[in-house]
Design a protein around this ligand. Sequence first.
Ligand code: AMP
Length: 190
Amino acid sequence: MNLILFGPPAAGKGTQAKRLVETRNMVQLSTGDMLRAAIASGSELGQRVSGIMERGELVSDEIVVELIESRLPEAEAAGGAIFDGFPRTLAQAEALDRMLEGRGRKIDLVVRLKVDDDVLTQRIAGRFAESGRPDDNPESFKVRLQAYNRQTAPLLPYYEDAGKLVEVDGMGAIDEVASAIDSALDGAKA
Ligand code: AMP
């Protein structure tokens, strides 16, 4: 089973992905986590992307596609992949389909977590105060939200046309969102 958790920043994708790792033996593939690890390690890639990420802009398609590709075998060996924060552009979505097809695999389901912009902005203000993640500051968050609305949300018809899209209300309690995702997964053919 290969699942995309789709939604704006702070929609709860990471929280839900981590739960599915525990309950379904799937592997979370978060490009944001991979990029933050690259920055923390001081690698050349990390140095290249840190300014872009801090501003809240998207890094290049090539970089994230390569990161994802390197992790696909690991997900195949487990119960499948949960793509979290990837794909974020049409080029990434097409590259993902090609990579999976080349390996005899596919995306089975895309769960869109729907959360209103004002709720996201409130959530992130709390998270910034707690975690101090640099791109959670109000200015960068605005840019991240714009990037989602302009570059990522237009992907929804791509998955809807493919009959893979399921929408879940992401504004409920974590457990409620989790059960809605579980129902969608159980209803989807692997
Ligand atoms: P996230 O943790 O998913 O919110 O990602 C944090 C930041 O990493 C984003 O604001 C982008 O700068 C970068 N990033 C993560 N995933 C992608 C992606 N698929 N495409 C482009 N940039 C990404």
